[in-house]
Ligand binder design. Structure first.
Ligand SMILES: Cc1cc2nc3c(=O)[nH]c(=O)nc-3n(C[C@H](O)[C@H](O)[C@H](O)COP(=O)(O)O)c2cc1C
Length: 161
């Protein structure tokens, strides 16, 4: 599918499916934190505990996530749309002005996120223009709160309407 009108129509159709919004994070070999906004996150299996998300093949973070061994899925809260926007930009200083701490294996945990899962990279599979990363959940926190929702290309709150 190369026609951009087809792309737009498909994206609009897929956008009918509401999702949460996450920032997936890891540490580079030199210790610097990396992260990007992700809504392809989904649960896969309880036993063993597996989740997946999809990472664009062209992402500059791809080698980091494939080599880091561990990553964190930070599920954003309803007031964290600004963080989603920040981590969806190809900028170098995404973590500037962001409050975060180290979770298990040093992965960046974003303050205010409504839940966090620390995962070991379990497997990766090609998925067209993305790579599917399977993670085995090794640690998690569930502080709670209202999640950020993404629908029709816009942020929503569960209380909207
Ligand atoms: C709501 C939302 C969801 C997104 N979901 C994904 C996703 O699941 N996978 C992905 O690779 N990019 C996703 N993106 C786009 C990336 O966040 C964006 O391309 C970002 O710049 C990638 O970071 P990088 O430039 O450091 O690779 C999403 C963007 C938004 C706004």
């Amino acid at each position: 599918m190369t026609d951009s009108a087809d792309h737009r129509a498909l994206k609009k159709t897929l956008g009918r499916y509401p999702t949460g919004v996450t920032v997936v994070t890891a540490r580079r070999g030199d210790g610097e934190p990396v992260g990007l906004t992700v809504n392809s996150f989904t649960s896969v299996s309880l036993d063993p505990p597996l989740i997946l998300w999809c990472l664009g093949n062209e992402s500059p973070s791809r080698p980091v996530f494939e080599q880091a061994g561990h990553f964190a899925v930070n599920i954003l809260g309803a007031e964290q749309g600004w963080l989603s926007n920040r981590f969806a930009q190809p900028i170098d200083d995404k973590f500037a002005a962001v409050q975060w701490s180290e979770g298990a294996h040093g992965v960046p945990i974003i303050e205010g996120s409504v839940a966090r899962l620390v995962c070991r990279l379990h497997d990766r599979q090609p998925g067209g223009d993305h790579v599917i990363l399977l993670g085995r959940v090794e640690d998690y926190q569930n502080p709670g709160g209202e999640p950020l929702v993404y629908l029709g290309g816009e942020y929503q709150s569960l209380r909207d309407g």
